[in-house]
Design a protein around this ligand. Structure first.
Ligand code: F6P
Length: 358
């Protein structure tokens, strides 16, 4: 049994823990297993940059963040575009797979990586994939590994801001990762007791945000905390077409990110002092939390079971707290977004959290 393995796209906690789960299960299931690790994601598969792994490589890595194989972003939309030397990347990946006589390719990746995994399956390779991302935006799974660890870090940032915000009586904005979806901001915001949460799925009205801050001030609160997703968007911007928005940003881009823009508007409209904190890539760093260690171990074991059962073209997944799998063809190209009318939003609103919408 020869299995290729790669980690692709932005990293997250528990990539190593997941590979350990797959490898340990494979070594137990088969008498003779060889695992080949591709360096830096699909790049390693395209350019045949790989190494033979030893079972000892998968020991002592349960708690280690990052990825021992390295990773890179290889956009799906460029997969069919030849590289600078005219190399056909898809053909090249198929060639590497065949030359190495692989029985299966294991892909740990997020949205774009799952699309490429599906493409390779459609091209005839045996592929099994695992759901990685701090964004928790993969369709077909209730949970991705990395998400809970990132929630812990973003929550910790908000917790720390709470004490200093209270001392100074300021408005603080914590910008949380997530350009397209707001799961991380929503969970960290609720866990950290944010007063206002702004996510891409619920376009905000600046007057409503300002009103929520003024109301708190009137009630005697010395400070307000906003958890703002990287992709938070105003109602006006949300009504523009993609092209119009791009044009607007190109011409009027004066702030480093949305949190700074919102901060400037709050100061202008309330006269309050505002500070912005961007935890950035710390949210993807450090060791996986215990939840992610358990999740990735379970997902890894299930991926090995799929390989043994020759059930290829699937991504392992979580559904209703059970580990299962979904066809890659169903996952590819779909995002799991926050439902603005979902129960978690309703409950957050019931306790007084403002989403800037009404
Ligand atoms: O998809 C994971 C993620 O961390 C997003 O939350 C974030 O917007 C993006 O990656 C950052 O990408 P990069 O590491 O390429 O700057």
């Amino acid at each position: 049994m020869r299995v290729g393995m790669l980690t692709s796209g932005g990293d997250c906690q528990a990539l190593n823990a997941t590979m350990r789960g797959v490898a340990k299960s494979l070594y137990k299931m088969f008498d003779n297993v060889e695992i080949i690790g591709f360096e830096d994601g699909y790049k390693g598969l395209i350019y045949a940059d790989y190494r033979m792994m030893k079972s000892s490589d998968f020991s002592g890595i349960l708690t280690r963040g990052g990825t021992l194989l390295g990773t890179s972003r290889q956009p799906f939309k460029l997969m069919r575009v030849p590289d600078e030397y005219g190399l056909d990347k898809v053909e090249s990946m198929k060639h590497t797979y065949r030359k190495l006589r692989l029985d299966c390719l294991v892909v740990l990746g997020g949205n774009g990586s799952q699309k490429t995994a599906n493409l390779l399956f459609e091209e005839g390779l045996n592929v099994v994939s695992l759901p990685k991302t701090i964004d928790n935006d993969l369709w077909g799974t209730d949970m991705t590994f990395g998400f809970q660890s990132a929630v812990n870090i973003a929550t910790n940032a908000i917790d720390c801001i709470h004490t200093t915000a209270a001392s100074h009586g300021r408005v603080f904005i914590v910008e949380v990762m997530g350009h397209k979806v707001g799961w991380l901001t929503l969970h960290a915001g609720m866990a950290g007791g944010a007063d206002i949460i702004l996510i891409p799925e619920i376009p905000y009205d600046m007057d409503v945000v300002v009103n929520a801050i003024n109301e708190r001030t009137k009630r005697g609160s010395r400070f307000s905390i906003l958890a703002v997703a990287e992709g938070a968007i105003s109602k006006e911007d949300a009504s523009l077409s993609k092209k119009e928005l791009k044009e607007k940003k190109k011409n009027g881009m004066v702030y480093p990110s949305v949190a700074y823009e919102i901060g400037a508007m709050i100061t202008e409209k309330t006269g309050q002092e505002v500070r912005v904190t961007v935890p950035g890539h710390t949210q993807r760093g450090g060791e996986p939390c215990p939840y992610d260690r358990v999740l990735s171990t379970r997902l890894g074991a299930e991926a090995a079971r799929l390989i043994k059962a020759k059930k290829f073209g699937h991504m392992v997944a979580v559904k209703n707290n059970e580990i299962t799998s979904v066809p890659l063809s169903e996952v590819a190209g779909k995002l799991k977004t926050v439902d603005p009318d979902g129960s978690i939003i309703k409950q957050a609103k019931m306790i007084g959290i403002s989403f800037g919408d009404k």
